[in-house]
Design a protein around this ligand. Sequence first.
Ligand code: FES
Length: 115
Amino acid sequence: MAPAKVYGVVTFYDLFHQRPVGHHRVRVCTNLSCALRGGNEILAAVGGKLGVHEDEVTADGRFSYTHFECLGACEQAPMMMINDRYHGNLTPDTAAAVLAQLETNLDTDLNKTES
Ligand code: FES
């Protein structure tokens, strides 16, 4: 198989990675609706809170983050997705607070639906 075909598949599907990712994957939407409402500031806040650059993994292996195209929840802009859970109407402070909650609660299951 041609390397270009492999590269095309790996870069198209979000479940394939070209480098290690954290246990908790943070995707910050920076597409139009989110960008207009501060998505890039959320991205910067997440990076500041985690202390790593985009696409790097924290030293404990728990987190990595990246910017993302529209996550289909524009009505919640600006928003981010951690694993399979959406967090919307964020500010830099509330984004950092979500991450702080995860850092202090090692057993938090982000994929569990709140009731
Ligand atoms: S632009 Fe961010 S969810 Fe659509």
